[in-house]
Design a protein around this ligand. Structure first.
Ligand code: GDP
Ligand code: MG
Length: 370
């Protein structure tokens, strides 16, 4: 809006309405308190008080919510897949993630010290793969509850000596609901009691039929502890990734999702972001959930400082005014002013919501006391 009522203008200038009306009369404008003034009249009056008129930038929330801006097909480029590992407790998720990271990251990137930032990237046969190393279930439930979809492929880990368990089924349901393709890693093949056929049989009942049995689900036998089958598994990830034709436009302002965030004693708010489209640069004005700022520094999964990162890359950033939450969307804005306005508007909304929440609690407390 670039009009204001006389009364509103008086309030903004901190003057009596009658005084403004008098000034307007002097300018040949006969006005009442509710009269709408156009931009020119507002500027004239403001200039008279030596006040500069700043145009209000309308905060377009929809722009933020629908941050998956539709890109032109010709601008889309192949991007690495983002992989989550899920499965029943103790079936070897953490061991498998470590095995993949150890065989690939340290070998290829000599001198790099792996940092825990909630995600890491490896290179297999010249192709990058991003692994989320937050517990798979949490990644799915908290992220999806917030409307974020970050996973392209799920590795379902099933221990060959234990078979399908409750959390295995839960993981299958999460992946199916999100329409994310599943690759089954039958783990602990080194064990005496390993029975991969039983795992195949049991998974059939949940709609996962192996290619060997005429279905279309990829099964890979692995031993996370010995490192057996890891290369095959990575090969299959690359294959599925190609079939999925995962693409993003790297040549636009960045948008994506928070993987994890916390308050660091020395560095302040530290957030791991997964860039999903565009390129994120140091210095970019950014809104992250209800927080905002400028990207002060970026550190990758090897603890190295980086200046810019493209799609499917996880990176730890500092420079935010507050700590966002896992699953929050982030978006870079063309200028800092707009980022601050959108950030402040979102921050206020979040606080209002919290205040409402706590006043509800207070009422409840009151009733409890009665
Ligand atoms: P998570 O709960 O799914 O993350 O499982 P962990 O990775 O913590 O593994 C649970 C236990 O299984 C640990 O004691 C691991 O050492 C063991 N384990 C994991 N993978 C293998 C494997 O391939 N072979 C054997 N024998 N043990 C394994
Ligand atoms: Mg674990």
């Amino acid at each position: 809006t670039d009009t204001l009522q006389v009364g509103e203008l008086a309030k903004k200038l901190n003057k009596d309405t009658s005084e403004i009306i008098k000034k307007l009369m002097g300018l040949g404008i006969m006005a009442t308190i509710n009269q709408e003034l156009d931009k020119e009249a507002i500027e004239l009056i403001a200039a008279d008080y030596d006040v500069e008129v700043e145009e209000e930038i309308i905060v377009d929330e929809t722009e933020f919510e629908n941050y998956e801006v539709v890109d032109d097909e010709k601008d889309m480029q192949v991007r690495p897949p983002v992989v989550t590992i899920m499965g029943h407790v103790d079936h070897g998720k953490t061991t498998l993630l470590d095995a993949i990271r150890n065989t690939k990251v340290t070998a290829g990137e000599a001198g790099g010290i792996t940092q825990h930032i909630g995600a890491y990237q490896i290179t297999n046969n010249g192709k990058q793969i991003t692994f989320l190393d937050t517990p798979g279930h949490a990644a799915f439930t908290t992220m999806r509850a917030r409307g974020a979809q970050v996973t392209d492929i799920t590795i379902l880990v099933v221990a060959a000596d234990d078979g399908v368990m409750p959390q295995t089924v839960e993981a299958i349901n999460h992946a199916k609901a999100a329409e994310v393709p599943i690759i089954v890693a039958v783990n602990k093949m080194d064990k005496e009691a390993a029975n991969p056929d039983r795992v195949m049989q049991e998974l059939t009942e949940h709609g996962l039929v192996s290619e060997a049995w005429g279905g279309d689900t990829i099964f890979v036998n692995v031993s996370a502890i010995k490192g057996d089958g890891i290369d095959d598994l990575l090969e299959m990830i690359n294959l599925v990734s190609e079939v999925e034709e995962l693409k993003a436009n790297p040549n636009r302002t960045a948008a994506g999702t928070v993987i994890e965030a916390q308050l660091d004693k020395g560095r302040g708010s530290v957030a791991t972001l997964l860039v999903q489209s565009g390129t994120l640069n140091v210095g970019d004005p950014i809104v992250v959930g209800h927080t905002y700022g400028r990207v002060r520094a970026m550190v990758n999964d090897l603890g190295r400082r980086v200046k810019s990162v493209g799609p499917s890359t996880p990176v730890e950033i500092t420079g935010l005014n507050d700590v966002p939450q896992a699953g929050d969307p982030f978006m870079v804005f063309a200028d800092e002013k707009k980022a601050r306005q959108v950030g402040e508007s979102r921050f206020k909304k979040q606080q209002d919501a919290q205040r409402k929440e706590s006043s509800k609690l207070n009422l409840d407390d009151l009733f409890n006391q009665i």
